[in-house]
Design a protein around this ligand. Structure first.
Ligand SMILES: Nc1ncnc2c1ncn2[C@@H]1O[C@H](COP(=O)(O)OP(=O)(O)OP(=O)(O)O)[C@@H](O)[C@H]1O
Ligand SMILES: [Mg+2]
Length: 312
């Protein structure tokens, strides 16, 4: 089965440790789904409004501000800023729009919303739900699929915890309503799926498993675990035995480090397949001269079914 078919949802959250390839995979998934005709919104969680958009760079688009930017007829990219969510939330809950605008101009409120635990995450969640609810005509969503590039391991888990936390702390009123809707969307495996990305080494795999357990605990559905940058193994079992015999000899050989890398990747893939409770997929290490080429090559592989070997 193709990873794309496995991931058909309304909301995908791509997460994992730093540098494992989250932004690359988010952009490649967005590229692959959108070129198959799905209307995709590719979103990046940003706490720093001034920071340049890594996702925009990966998609070859200038993504700034807080409104979705068209990348192609079926692909938009957006930054999810807590402040936009807070503003939208106040607009939706206060009786007059001017009150929301005035409230958002208050430095004290801004400081409170960005510092109070859970509120930045609530802003991001509200903004995400708001964009998912957008319709192009009654009953037809503007974006059929939202793919979120979650910046660090902690964020997806924080996002998972916040709605429950808020609905417990503030069960009534508009915040309670948002929190309940958030819980409903985020914990529904028909609607939401997390994609945990890891590198082909045993320690990153253990960390990815820990993340998967954390998500399970908070009822955030994990749709797949993806091992990225898997080195190609060009040897058959017999060839490998011959190479091992050669490397075991007294003369140091060039290329022995690469063999070690392949071995470690295989051990990590085995570990992941043994421990993961969901589908596991491998993405090869690809060589490309520009980020756009890497994403196009990756998207092409995601779309083809024969090039995504399953770990198990
Ligand atoms: N399959 C792949 N083949 C080759 N290079 C890859 C592959 N996947 C990712 N990379 C490279 O790995 C680096 C890290 O990727 P990326 O920026 O997507 O990671 P990230 O998880 O988003 O990082 P961060 O946690 O810093 O946001 C980039 O230079 C990217 O080009
Ligand atoms: Mg990134």
């Amino acid at each position: 089965m193709r990873l794309l078919d496995l991931l058909e949802r309304r909301l995908l959250i791509v997460t994992g440790k730093g540098g494992v390839g989250k932004t690359t995979l988010t952009a490649a998934l967005a590229h692959a789904f959108s070129t198959e005709g799905t209307r995709v919104l590719c979103a990046e969680i940003t706490l720093d409004e001034g920071a340049p958009s890594a996702l925009g760079a990966a998609l070859g688009a200038w993504v700034s501000g807080d409104e979705p930017v068209p990348v192609s007829p079926t692909l938009h990219a957006v930054r999810l800023l807590p402040s936009t969510g807070h503003h939208r939330f106040l607009q939706d809950t206060l009786p007059l729009k001017v009150l929301a605008d005035a409230a958002m101009r208050s430095q004290g409120l801004k400081r409170f919303l960005s510092a109070a635990p859970g509120f930045p995450d609530m802003g991001i969640m509200y903004r995400m739900l708001d964009l998912m609810r957008r319709e192009r005509s009654p009953g037809v969503p503007e974006f059929e699929l939202c793919i979120v590039d979650a910046p660090a391991t902690g964020h997806a888990l924080a996002l998972a915890q916040i709605p429950e936390f808020l609905s417990r702390v503030i069960p009534r009123g508009p915040i309670g309503r948002v929190a309940r809707e958030g819980v409903r969307v985020l914990t529904d495996p028909q609607q939401t799926g997390c994609v945990i990305v890891t590198l082909p080494e045993t320690l990153p795999v253990s960390e990815a498993m820990e993340l998967a357990r954390g998500m399970e605990k908070h009822r955030l559905p994990v749709a797949a675990m993806v091992m990225n940058r898997v080195p190609a193994n060009p040897f058959s079992a017999e060839e490998r035995d011959a190479v091992t015999a050669l490397l075991a000899g007294p003369t140091p050989m060039l290329g022995s480090r690469e063999m070690l890398r392949i071995d470690r990747a295989q051990a990590a893939a085995k570990l992941l397949a043994q421990q993961a409770k969901v589908e596991t997929m491998q993405i090869p290490e690809l060589s490309a001269s520009t980020p756009a080429q890497l994403i196009a090559a990756l998207a092409a592989r995601l779309k083809s079914d024969e090039l995504m070997p399953r770990v198990a």
